[in-house]
Design a binder for this molecule. Structure first.
Ligand code: GLA
Ligand code: ZN
Length: 676
C-alpha cells in the first residue's frame, strides 16, 4: 500500500526541512540519519513561497538539489505539495485567497492553513503547483507517497464561500422549498424565497457566543450543520483537485494527506474514501491515557475497512505547543510507536528531523536537537528503534486486525449532537465514545471503529454511543442486524433526529423504538454536582449527565433508578429482537460500571481478550495467512509479565516461548511475538 512495491519495511523518518538550513548542514543530517536508521523523509511541506515567486516564475533549484542529495543517500521521500501555506505575494495580489473568519473579519497574510478553499486563486495555483512538482520529480523512484497540503482544517465565511455554499445547497436540495423544509425555517420566520438570501452562519448571522461558557452556538442547526458539511466538502475538493493532477502524471504513487486525530471540523470518513491510504499525526499529552491514541489508530484502520495506515507524525519527545512540554519518559516514544504498529500502522514517522532555529516550533523535539549531534537521549532512543524496525523488516507489513466488537462513529452525528442546544452542556460525544472504548481497551478487547454505512455483519457486538442522528435507512440496518442475531447497544439521546437535525416524531428513540422495545418520555439533565443511582449485580453505580425516563414496550429492565420521582423506573434495558439482543443504557455512569457491564455482555458472546494481562498492559494482534503477531505493550511504570497461551518467538529479541511461559517486560517494555 504505502509505496507498495518500493517499500519492504516499516518506513522510519519524518518531516525534514533542509531548506531552513545551509547546505553544509545537509551532509551532517545524512550522517545522522544513517546512524538513526532513518529511511524516509517528508519533504517540501511548507515551501510554496520559495518555489514560486510570481504567477509564472517557479524556482525548483533548491528542491532539485535536496532531491538529488536525498536520493544519493538512499532515502525514500514522502513528497508534499506545499499548498498548506500560500505565499505572501499571492495574498497581496489576490486577496480572495485569504479567509474570512467566524467573526466576519477578513484575514491578512499570516500563519498557515490559511487559504480559502473556495478561492479561485487558491484552486488554480495549488493545482498548478502540485502539477509542476509532479512533472519535475516524476522520475524519482524513491518517492513513496504524495502528501497533499498538510492537516487541512478550519473554516472560511467569505463571499466566495457564500456563493459556493448556495451552489452546494442547490445541488443537494434542488429547490428553495426543500431547503426551507429541511431547515425548518418556519421557525422564527426564516423562510427564504431565493438562494441569494442565504448567508454563511457566522457570528454576524446564526452563530452566537453562549453566555454560559463562551462556546459558539447556533440558532439554526440545519443551516450550521450544512455549512460544516459544505466546508468539509470544499476542502476535500481542494484535496481531490491536487490528487487528480498528481495521479495524471504519476498514477502509481499513492496520495494521502495527514489527518489530525479527533478533529471535529472535517468528515474524515468521507475524506478517507478519496485517500489512497490514511495517515495521521499523533500528539497525545504525556499523561494522556494509552486508550486515547489507541482509539484514533483504530479509527484510521476503520476508515479504509481495515487497511494499514501511516503514522505520519509524532514527536520524538516534547510537543512545544502543549501547555507543558513534558518530556516523553525513556521508552515512551518506542512504546507509542509500537502501539501504532500494533493497531495497524505500517510507518513510524515524526515531526521533525532537525529542530528549527526560529519561529514557533523551535522548541518542538526533533531527532537532531539544537546541540546538533547524536549524543542525546532522544537521538539514542530513536536510533535504537530504527535498528529494531530494520530487524523487523517486512514481517508485519500489511497484516490485519480482526475484531468482534465495533463502535459506530460518525462525524455528522458529532456536529449535530453538540450543536443541538440542549438538553445539557455536558453532552460530549468523544467522551462518551471514549468511555465505551476505554472499558474494552482496558480489557484488551479489540475494537473496530466503523461508519454508519459499514457492514455490521462481521461483528458480534456493535456499540453506538450517543448516536443521536438516525440517517435515512440506518434504523433498518440495525433492525436487520439484530434480527439476524447481532447484539447492539445504544445510549441516551439515541436516534432522535434525521440528517438535518429534525426530530423524528412519535416518541424517542424515533424509528428505533421497536428494536429496543422502549419509549423514552422525558430526560432529566443533571448538573455536575447531582446524580441519581442504580444497582447492577449488587453494586451501586452513579447515573449522571442525563437520565432517561423509560417506558417498557417489550424490553426487560436490567436495572432501575434508586432516587427522585422516577425511582423504580428503568435505566438499563435489554430487548430480544429476532435472533438478537438490543441493549439500551439510559444514562452516563462510572468507569467501573462500563467495565463490568461490557465484560458481562462480551462474556455472553464469547468475546475474549487475546491474552490475559495485568491492567495497563496492552495486548493486540495483527495477522495474515502466514503469520500471527502478538504485540504486548507495558504502559506501566513497573515491570510486568504475561503468560503465553501458545508457542512463539519474540521477533525483537529472538527469544522463544512455550505455551505457559511468561513474557517478562521492563517498565514501558514491548514484545512482538510471532506465534508458531
Ligand atoms: C502538526 C503539523 C506539523 C507540526 C507539528 C508539530 O502535526 O503537521 O507541521 O506543526 O504539528 O507538533
Ligand atoms: Zn472562503
Amino acid at each position: 500500500m504505502i509505496g507498495s512495491d518500493k517499500v519492504h519495511k516499516i518506513l522510519y523518518g519524518g518531516d525534514y526541512n533542509p531548506e531552513q538550513w545551509p547546505e553544509e548542514v545537509w551532509a551532517e543530517d545524512m550522517r545522522l540519519f544513517a546512524l538513526a536508521g532513518v529511511d524516509t523523509v517528508t519533504l517540501n511541506v511548507f515551501s510554496w513561497a520559495s518555489l514560486q515567486r510570481s504567477d509564472t516564475v517557479f524556482d525548483f533549484e533548491k528542491l532539485d538539489r535536496i532531491m538529488e542529495y536525498v536520493k544519493e543517500n538512499g532515502l525514500n521521500v514522502c513528497m508534499a505539495t506545499s499548498t498548506a501555506a500560500h505565499p505572501a505575494w499571492m495574498a497581496r495580489k489576490y486577496p480572495d485567497i485569504l479567509r474570512t473568519d467566524l467573526t466576519g473579519i477578513k484575514r491578512q497574510f499570516g500563519a498557515r492553513h490559511n487559504s480559502c478553499p473556495n478561492s479561485p486563486t487558491y484552486r488554480k495555483f495549488s493545482v498548478k503547483l502540485a502539477k509542476a512538482i509532479a512533472e519535475r520529480y516524476k522520475d524519482y523512484d524513491n518517492i513513496v507517497a504524495w502528501h497533499v497540503s498538510n492537516e487541512y482544517g478550519g473554516a472560511c465565511y467569505c463571499e466566495n464561500c457564500a456563493a459556493a455554499f448556495r451552489r452546494w445547497l442547490m445541488r443537494r436540495y434542488g429547490t428553495i422549498e426543500e431547503v426551507n423544509r429541511v431547515w425548518n425555517t418556519s421557525f422564527w420566520g426564516h423562510t427564504f424565497y431565493d438562494f441569494e438570501e442565504i448567508v454563511p452562519p457566522d457570528l454576524r448571522s446564526e452563530a452566537f457566543v453562549y453566555d454560559f461558557d463562551g462556546s459558539i452556538r447556533t440558532n439554526f442547526q440545519g443551516i450550521s450543520l450544512d455549512y460544516m458539511r459544505f466546508q468539509s466538502d470544499s476542502m476535500l475538493e481542494c484535496f481531490v483537485l491536487e490528487k487528480k493532477a498528481l495521479k495524471k502524471i504519476t498514477p502509481d504513487i499513492p496520495v494521502t494527506t495527514n489527518l489530525m486525530g479527533w478533529y471535529k471540523g472535517l468528515d474524515y470518513f468521507k475524506w478517507a474514501q478519496e485517500m489512497d491510504f490514511v495517515s495521521w499525526d499523533n500528539y497525545p499529552e504525556c499523561d494522556s491515557s494509552p486508550a486515547y491514541p489507541a482509539g484514533f489508530h483504530d479509527v484510521c484502520r476503520g476508515m479504509k475497512d481495515g487497511m494499514p495506515f501511516a503514522l505520519m507524525e509524532q514527536s520524538p519527545s516534547v510537543s512545544n505547543w502543549h501547555p507543558y512540554a513534558k518530556l516523553k519518559r525513556p521508552g515512551v516514544m518506542r512504546l507509542w510507536s509500537y502501539q501504532a504498529i500494533a493497531h495497524g500502522a505500517d510507518t513510524v514517522q515524526f515531526f521533525q528531523m532537525r529542530r528549527s532555529q526560529g519561529a514557533c516550533e523551535k522548541y518542538h523535539s526533533a531527532l537532531i536537537d539544537h546541540v546538533g549531534s547524536e549524543h542525546t537521549r532522544v537521538f539514542n532512543e530513536m536510533a535504537e528503534l530504527g535498528a529494531e524496525l530494520k530487524k523487523i523488516g517486512a514481517a508485519t507489513l500489511g497484516t490485519r486486525t480482526h475484531s468482534k466488537v465495533a463502535i459506530v462513529f460518525d462525524w455528522e452525528n458529532w456536529w449535530a449532537l453538540e450543536m443541538s442546544a440542549g438538553p445539557s452542556v455536558r453532552i460530549d460525544y468523544l467522551k462518551e465514545v471514549e468511555t465505551y472504548y476505554s472499558a474494552l481497551f482496558r480489557q484488551n478487547i479489540s475494537v473496530d471503529f466503523i461508519r454508519t454505512d459499514s457492514r455490521f455483519l462481521a461483528y458480534d457486538l456493535v456499540i453506538a454511543p450517543l448516536l443521536y442522528m438516525n440517517k435515512e435507512g440506518y434504523d433498518d440496518k440495525v433492525r436487520a442486524y439484530v434480527q439476524n442475531g447481532g447484539t447492539y447497544l445504544a445510549t441516551y439521546l439515541n436516534g432522535y433526529v434525521d440528517e438535518n437535525d429534525r426530530v423524528l416524531l412519535g416518541g424517542y428513540p424515533g424509528r428505533q423504538k421497536d428494536i429496543f422495545g422502549i419509549r423514552v418520555e422525558e430526560s432529566d439533565a443533571l448538573p455536575p454536582d447531582e446524580s441519581n443511582r442504580f444497582i447492577y449485580k449488587g453494586t451501586q453505580y452513579p447515573a449522571e449527565i442525563l437520565c432517561d425516563l423509560i417506558h417498557l414496550s417489550g424490553a426487560e429492565e436490567i436495572s432501575t433508578y434508586e432516587s427522585d420521582f422516577y425511582a423504580g423506573s428503568p435505566v438499563l434495558t435489554k430487548n430480544r429482537y429476532g435472533d438478537g439482543v438490543a441493549y439500551y443504557v439510559g444514562t452516563h455512569s462510572s468507569e467501573e460500571f462500563y467495565a463490568t457491564f461490557l465484560r458481562d455482555i462480551c462474556e455472553t458472546l464469547f468475546i475474549d481478550p487475546v491474552l490475559n494481562a495485568p491492567l495497563d498492559v496492552e495486548v493486540r494482534c495483527r495477522e495474515n495467512e502466514e503469520n500471527r503477531f502478538i504485540f504486548i505493550l507495558n504502559h506501566k511504570d513497573t515491570a510486568t509479565e504475561v503468560r503465553m497461551k501458545r508457542e512463539g518467538t519474540d521477533i525483537l529479541t529472538d527469544r522463544n516461548y512455550q505455551a505457559g511461559d511468561f513474557v517478562k517486560l521492563e517498565r514501558k517494555g514491548v514484545a512482538v511475538i510471532r506465534l508458531k
